[in-house]
Structure formats: structure tokens, C-alpha cells
Design a protein around this ligand. Structure first.
Ligand SMILES: C[S@@+](CC[C@H](N)C(=O)[O-])C[C@H]1O[C@@H](n2cnc3c(N)ncnc32)[C@H](O)[C@@H]1O
Length: 360
């Protein structure tokens, strides 16, 4: 185990949902045919050796925009965790070697994760106590202000057995400021469904700007988690769903519940300012509905949708093709701002859009 930083053997830690490993592998092979095969260190966490540096790879990720990649973090040094120096000693040594990558005026976050064996598999856990314990040492070594909640650059550390992998990068290069892309939200007492987190995460991840007032069309609204988020943003909501809404929304003055299938209500519908769609239907059908609905939005009007992935008997290649085909069709009426399987997505991909048309 070397004691130096290894820019010539740079690596990257890639995270995805454990069920999406096959899909991410395909996307990597499509975008980077020469890349070495990912080494899966735990469910949904792979190490890939890079021919060049992390920054160049992160820039290519920005261009290729893989759908099933949740988070990436650089590996620029590997340290042995020996009984004599322990994890803290290995972290300090690693950071000393990378000190140049943390300019003194940067606000630095410290993220520490650990691979934990569980039966035949392995999972990753965040070590918040170690992050806090290491913060004063990180400040001393780098002379940076440490703020793990609001960082500009992040020291990413992964402990795998007696190895410690470390790297420093701009937060934007990691795709998410959260370790492994695991975006956590506080549960609220008046929350209607966990689906709310999906919309909140999408707005944040894709930088969607909602108008401060106006009307949102919520397709597949029940029980009403997304509707609640839209109300919180100041919008009125036309909630279309044959199913019942949560009692707290039934008589809400800014909610109109249209208890029907959206297909039966689109023609002649009034213009809206925002469209969201979380309908549990075939992705092709959902895409067709979004294309029809685009003319209800002003030019640049935001839309967020989930594309539900077909389940059972579908190869990863076919599934990826289905998602890509939907995105290609959506481009006929929208700018695709982003399409990713985010942390709160289950068997689905979230897509952020902006209407091209000047309809309405
Ligand atoms: C995943 S749930 C939506 C959850 C919702 N976003 C929330 O935050 O509570 C999917 C919904 O899509 C609705 N749905 C399915 N097909 C529909 C259609 N053709 N038109 C309108 N709603 C539909 C279902 O009734 C179901 O309530």
C-alpha cells in the first residue's frame, strides 16, 4: 500500500440503486467503451479505475448524463488502516497528501462511508460520528472552514476493510452533496405520502424553478403528496386522479380534484403554469400524455414526471431503450433538463422538462 497520492491511478466511486447495477453497467459501457469493468464493493457501490483524472471524468459525466448514476466521488489516494494509526490516522495522512486540492478559502465538507458485510452481500453506511470527530483535524490540515452541511468542496472517504479510499472534489462534480447521493428529508407531521420526497428531490436535483403563483396540473395526484408540495410552493392545483385524495385536500380552497383519467380530460383543458405527472402507467402512454399536455404550458413552463419502468421479463437493455425512447420523444415538445433515477425513486426515473411550445 503506497503512502502517496496516486493521480496516475485515479479512481472513482460510483453509486446507484442496488437494483439498477445492471442498468448503470450498460450506461457506462455505452458512454465509455474503454473503461475497466466496475468492481462492486457493496450493493450499489462500484470502484472504477480511470485512465485520466477525476475532473475529466466528472466533466464527461456532465455531458453523458447517465440516468442510473446517483453519485460519484473521487479516489485520489489509498491508505492502509493499520492497528497503529487506525482510521483517524489514515484519514489524516490521506488528507495531508491531498491538501493542495483544498484551497484555504474553500468551504470543505467531510463525508465518511464504510462498507459493511451483511451475509453474502455488503452495504454502505454513513459514519456521521467519524465525520464530526475528523472535522477539527481536517480544518487543521487544510486551513479550510469545515461545513459538511453546506460545502463547496467535499473530502470523500470510504473505508473498505483495512483500506481507506479518499479524494477531494467540487460538490457539483459529485452530482449530489449527499454522501452516496442519499438525499434525506425530514419527515413532517402533515406529510401525506413519502412520494413528496420524490418531487422535493427532483426540484432540488434539477434546479427546477417553480412560479410563485399560478396553476399546476397534477396528473395521477392521489393520495396527494405532490399536490401538497405544490400548494406549499404557493400554487393552486388541478389534481387529476380517479382515486381519492387525502382528507386534508378534499375541501382545500386551492385544490380542484378532477376524479377521472387524465386521457379523458386533456382535450380542451385550460392552460396551466406547471405540470407534474406521477401516474402509475406504461412509460410510452405517459410520454404520449405529456406530449399532448405540453401545449397547456407557456414556453419554458416547468414539468416534472416519473417514467415507471416496465417490470418483469424485460432485459436491462430493453428497459434502457424504453427510457431513452421516451426521452427522445419528449424532446419533440420539451427541453429535457435532466433524467435520473434519484434516491427516492423506486422502479422509475424522474424527468425534469421545460416546455418548448408557446401554447396555452
Ligand atoms: C404513485 S401514485 C401517485 C402518488 C402521488 N404523486 C402522491 O404524491 O401522492 C399513482 C397514481 O396514478 C393514478 N393514475 C393511474 N393512471 C391514471 C390516469 N390514466 N389518469 C390519472 N391518474 C392515473 C393512480 O390512480 C394513482 O393514484
Amino acid at each position: 500500500m503506497t503512502e502517496t497520492a496516486q493521480p496516475d491511478r485515479a479512481g472513482v466511486l460510483l453509486t446507484c440503486a442496488p437494483e439498477a447495477q445492471g442498468l448503470l453497467r450498460l450506461e457506462l459501457a455505452d458512454a465509455w467503451p474503454g473503461l475497466t469493468a466496475p468492481q462492486w464493493l457493496a450493493d450499489g457501490l462500484a470502484l472504477v479505475r480511470l485512465p485520466g483524472g477525476f475532473e475529466a471524468f466528472a466533466a464527461e459525466v456532465g455531458r453523458a448524463a447517465p440516468i442510473f448514476l446517483r453519485h460519484l466521488a473521487p479516489v485520489q489516494t489509498e491508505q492502509a488502516v493499520t492497528p497503529s494509526r487506525g482510521v483517524m490516522g489514515a484519514m489524516k495522512r490521506g488528507l495531508e497528501l491531498l491538501e493542495d486540492m483544498a484551497p484555504a478559502d474553500a468551504v470543505l465538507g467531510v463525508q465518511v462511508r464504510r462498507v459493511v458485510a451483511s451475509g453474502d452481500a455488503a452495504r454502505v453506511e454513513r459514519m456521521t460520528a467519524l465525520e464530526r470527530e475528523f472535522a477539527p483535524t481536517a480544518a487543521e490540515v487544510t486551513r479550510c472552514r469545515i461545513d459538511t452541511a453546506h460545502p463547496e468542496r467535499i473530502v470523500s472517504t470510504l473505508i473498505v476493510g483495512d483500506r481507506l479510499l479518499m479524494g477531494i472534489s467540487d460538490v457539483a462534480a459529485n452530482l449530489s452533496a449527499w454522501p452516496g447521493g442519499e438525499r434525506r428529508f425530514l419527515e413532517l407531521d402533515d406529510q401525506i405520502s413519502r412520494a413528496e420526497f420524490k418531487l422535493l428531490e427532483a426540484l432540488e436535483a434539477f434546479g427546477v424553478e417553480m412560479p410563485a403563483s399560478g396553476v399546476a396540473l397534477d396528473m395521477g395526484a392521489a393520495p396527494g403528496g405532490w399536490t401538497r408540495v405544490l400548494l406549499e410552493k404557493g400554487l393552486s392545483v388541478v389534481a387529476v386522479d380517479p382515486a381519492k385524495l387525502h382528507p386534508s385536500l378534499v375541501r382545500h380552497e386551492r385544490v380542484t380534484h378532477v376524479r377521472a383519467r387524465i386521457e379523458d380530460r386533456l382535450s380542451g383543458a385550460a392552460p396551466v403554469d406547471v405540470i407534474v405527472n406521477d401516474m402509475r402507467i406504461d412509460p410510452r402512454a405517459s410520454t404520449a400524455i405529456m406530449l399532448q399536455a405540453a401545449s397547456l404550458l407557456p414556453c419554458g413552463g416547468p414539468a416534472v414526471m416519473t417514467l415507471k419502468l416496465p417490470e418483469g421479463g424485460v432485459t436491462d437493455r430493453a428497459l434502457l431503450a424504453t427510457v431513452r425512447a421516451s426521452l427522445a420523444r419528449l424532446r419533440g415538445a420539451y427541453h429535457v433538463i435532466g433524467a435520473r433515477r434519484l434516491f427516492h425513486n423506486r422502479s422509475e426515473v424522474t424527468v425534469a422538462l421545460q416546455a418548448k411550445s408557446t401554447g396555452g
